[in-house]
Design a protein around this ligand. Sequence first.
Ligand code: MG
Length: 203
Amino acid sequence: MKIIAIGRNYAEHAKELNNPIPTVPVIFMKPDTALLKDNKPFYHPEFSQDIHHEIELVLKVCKEGKHISEKFAANYYDEIGLGVDFTARDIQSRHKEKGLPWELAKAFDGSAPISSFMPKSDFKDLYNIDFHLDINGETKQSGNTNMLLFSFESIIAFVSQYITIKKGDLIFTGTPAGVGKVNVGDHLEGYIGDNKLLDFFVK
Ligand code: MG
């Protein structure tokens, strides 16, 4: 399986990092070794002094496809969960300055904690989903899918022009504003609506 992630998909987050609002989706990938499941602790790596949390809704792909049209893209994901796109912001900033790829900042071991998934049919309106991240009991990021720049369907249509998506692949759909540094000892709790799906510590 693979993890496809979308950058800058919420305007307020693009602005907080002084990035332009994209006209096509910004995509990058993480390997399966980035996955962190079952609320296991995230071990803070030593190569970064500035690991940021990015809470994101995650789509689970349910069938293989390529060159998928936006009209049919909804058939290609059937579950939604939460993930954190941990980012070594210090490394990413240095690489952005030099025009280098982001993998060392985005794809390291444990950089993709994911929750259990909910069936898509549990949601009344996919474009009115509230989600948020609390750290040590304080809400740091909150978003709603009505603020997405690129819809789930347009992401799938765009990505599948270049990369075949397969059953079991995960798509991180972008983070809302409020990203910031995590520290050893932090307690992260992620919610979709009132439903707590992520609950883990930084060690
Ligand atoms: Mg992200």
